[in-house]
Design a protein around this ligand. Sequence first.
Ligand SMILES: [Zn+2]
Length: 251
Amino acid sequence: MPVYQAEELNGHKYKTHKFTKAMFNVGSLENHGDHLPFGTDCLVSYLLAKEVADHFDDMLLLPPLYYGMSEHYKDFPFTISLRYETMTELLRDILLSLHREGIYRVFIFNGHDGNSAPIEIATRSVKVAHPEMKIAVQDAWWITAGQLLPPGTFEVWNGLGHAGEGETSIALELFPHLVEMEYARGVVPQLPPHADLKWKFSELTNTGATGDPSKATKEKGAAMRKVLVNAVVEFIRYLDSIDWDYQQLRT
Ligand SMILES: [Zn+2]
């Protein structure tokens, strides 16, 4: 199935094709240790989103968002960050534009932890203002992958970490030519299990990476890619089957 990328469409194609839902990714442009590209969060989330969009004829894929909210990572060069407020407004404007176009079903594929709060504010506020909007979010693929894969898939910290075992593995699968494993060094911080510390990244690591990227393999990345794409495709198919009517979620 073709992937309908908004930046490639024209007025005629848009009018003659029925788009009922849209998908976009949210990335970042920030340091990912010495071994992964600055655009990692965008590349991963966009390539996965594109693969998902390939399964749906009525889905419009918006262009990749290479910028995110990275204030807590900026001690490591090179990092370009939008402010929390800018990020929230950017997302809100995209959602409101889709609403104006009559596209009420939206899936957001997030690639970066700093975007979670802006996504939460933007999506909730648009939903409250326009209850007909149906917005679903894959907020943290790096956690979901660990939940979906068999225990023991990852060797360290269940694959977690910024530029760690999981993220480096999926990079090796999706864009191996941009990964330089000889520079892969990470630190595994002992974070408390029942509270969320609001750290600056330089407090957790001196390498720009957490977790253990040296344990990354392309095979682990291929497994992550497969379970993540399948899970999102299945989830959207399920939403389609209930016509995105949340009342049908009541048991
Ligand atoms: Zn990342």
